[in-house]
Design a protein around this ligand. Structure first.
Ligand code: ADP
Length: 245
């Protein structure tokens, strides 16, 4: 569903992503973990087509900048960018028309109910609290029901109810065969949800492992994270001292 091949991105002299390659299977949830500055947002923004980069990114077999790929792709950015002069309802209406969705009104009501925005639909973008802005940001990303949804630090600023609803929604999307890529620096925020974890540090992938592989390895995600990010794990392709691959 997503194929990222040899993606390198520099901001001036800063190497934000260094030859990053990975792929995501359809109907899976992948967590992109890494400390602040690891390059997670840069990869997300490259996939969505916001940045120029070296390398190749394919979505559903199409180059990510084609209209075919854009029809499959959805994105929930880390920071909401709302229109101060549109109400909550108008934001959703605007997005539905932009995507030419049909029969979207019941789905909007359902999203408002789940994320507790029903009482706030007439508020303008600049009248919303930070948490409400983030909830609307999430509802906007969920409305088109994309085949591949990228969520950049989606739990930040959400209250426990919204976190629970978001996790439930993600699980439903997986069961519907949709593919999710979730970036976060908070390991606990994703707990049982994921099928694959990719750990980034300093612009490179330091681990790429399925939940089954990690369970066989006998380690928790937190143990793996600290092992690879705090230098306790052998580098990829580097032989261990005992000579095993
Ligand atoms: P993460 O999302 O994992 O926190 P980012 O992808 O945001 O990491 O950042 C990766 C690196 O690129 C960091 O060193 C960051 O300072 C740098 N960076 C990100 N965006 C910019 C930018 N617009 N201009 C310059 N440097 C940037």
């Amino acid at each position: 569903m997503l194929q990222v091949s040899h993606v390198t991105k520099k901001y001036g002299k800063v190497l934000a992503c260094d030859d990053v390659s990975f792929h995501l299977d359809p109907g899976s949830v992948t967590v992109l973990l890494g400390p602040n500055g690891a390059g997670k947002s840069t990869i997300m923004k490259s996939v969505i087509g916001f940045l120029r980069y070296e390398g190749e990114i394919k979505v559903g077999g199409y180059d990510n900048k084609t209209s075919e790929a854009r029809r499959i792709l959805g994105y929930i950015p880390e920071l909401p960018s709302l229109y101060p002069n549109l109400t909550v309802s108008e934001h959703m209406e605007f997005l539905a028309r932009a995507y030419r969705l049909s029969n979207y009104k019941p789905r909007i009501q359902e999203l408002f109910r789940r994320f507790e925005l029903t009482e706030h639909t007439k508020k303008f973008g600049d009248e919303l609290s930070k948490g409400m802005q983030q909830k609307l940001n999430i509802c906007l990303g969920l409305l088109p029901q994309p085949g591949l949804l990228l969520l950049d630090e989606p739990m930040i600023g959400l209250d426990p109810h919204a976190i629970k609803e978001l996790k439930a929604t993600m699980e439903e999307m997986r069961q519907e065969g949709r593919t999710l890529l979730v970036s976060t620096h908070i390991i606990d925020s994703v707990d049982m949800l994921w099928d694959r974890t990719i750990i980034m540090q300093n612009g490179s992938i330091r681990a790429n492992i399925t939940k089954d592989e990690l369970e066989k390895d006998g380690r928790s995600l937190e143990e793996l994270f600290f092992a690879v990010t705090e230098g306790l794990e052998p580098e990829k392709d580097e032989p261990r001292e005992d000579g095993e691959a």
